[in-house]
Design a protein around this ligand. Sequence first.
Ligand code: PLP
Length: 443
Amino acid sequence: MSQIIHRSLRTTPAVAVSAQGAYITDIHGKRFLDACGGAAVSCLGHGHPEVLAAMHRQIDQLAYAHTSFFTSETVEQLAAQLTRTAPGDLNYAYFVSGGSEAVETALKLARQYFVEIGQPERTTFIARKQSYHGNTLGALAVGGNEWRRRQFAPLLMDVVRVSACNEYRDRRDDESQQQYTQRLLNELEEAILTTGPEKIIGFCAETVVGATTGATPPTPGYFQGVRRLCDKYGILYIADEVMCGMGRTGTLHAFEQDGVIPDIVTIAKGLGGGYQPIGAVLASEKIVAALQAGSGLFQHGHTYICHATAAAAALAVQQVIERDNLLAQVQQQGAYLQQALREVLGELLHVGDTRGRGLFAGVELVQDKASKTPFDPALKLHAAIKAQCMARGLMVYPMGGTLDGQYGDHILIAPPFIVTRPQLDFVVDTLHQVISEETRKLA
Ligand code: PLP
């Protein structure tokens, strides 16, 4: 038995030994098509020679230098790359080791901004139900997934929570898409007013919801409305793009498709593509200017911030994406995948919804399509689907429904940007088979 505290303490996962392109091979020589990038991480696929070479060069030269003493050329270049390609005045970057750290950083940066400009009474965040922002205590506090937070709730700061934007689940039959969007924005405005705008630091949301409900995009105009409300009440808009960012949806940042620019953005998974653990916060000019003019110090820091080798990997990943115009590939292959999911899986009795943006797709399973009733979570349909897909050499990311039974089991699909059409056909055909077989057993 393994001496690692694995995700499950009752089973040990398969042992991965090598990976190349879109495939991972286990210790028995079995190959798996990595159609979820682990958890939307491997955007370039595995073993990319240029990324490996960049990492080797960096390690040979300078693996790491502590930020109390040094910066490094590579990390400065990565900051330049990210701020050049970000829209608006997101002119600053802060580098950490992953998504949760990026969210913690964003929350603290937002809080310190208001302290610096003389508004220390702002102590509250607004966030959404059915969101996931990470597993550290601050990130878990803004997160709205009850299964993940319930036993830790007494340790978490209070956060004001509003509805998620989930058209499939929550738009009423008598509402247009526009009316539904307006209802959500009215709810947000009411939450701001009830809390007192002067007490609020920021509104934090995933642009396209990943882990909790499976690649759920916002309705058109939703984030423009959010931006307007944040501006109206002087609140910061923090976009968590740890999962949906860095090209996954077909634009470098998912929010670009919503016509908005947040004040603070978190990115991680696709930033380093899994070659090294790295996350980042991008911050707008006014935030950093306030700290510069005030204390001159961001009261934060971890040992591994601005890690040179992690930065080398991320820089190489981002340069390859830009040079090879992989965002166009995400758009084209994404449109193909989304259509195939709609047409091939959409006809299945227990597929309630297929959705997503670019190569970030979700499939929601239901017991009854008309009423959208989910399967009983105790049946653990998602686990059976995962096991059967793995048996057929396919990695997708199925997750269970919510505790309140409001949302069903869903499957997240996030293949690398280099995925081919035959590989996408394999994903869709295998899912068709597995979903048909596993749901038939429950009927
Ligand atoms: N934010 C979002 C939107 C995520 O999807 C995740 C992870 O899935 C996180 C934050 C936390 O990232 P990490 O697991 O790298 O700490």
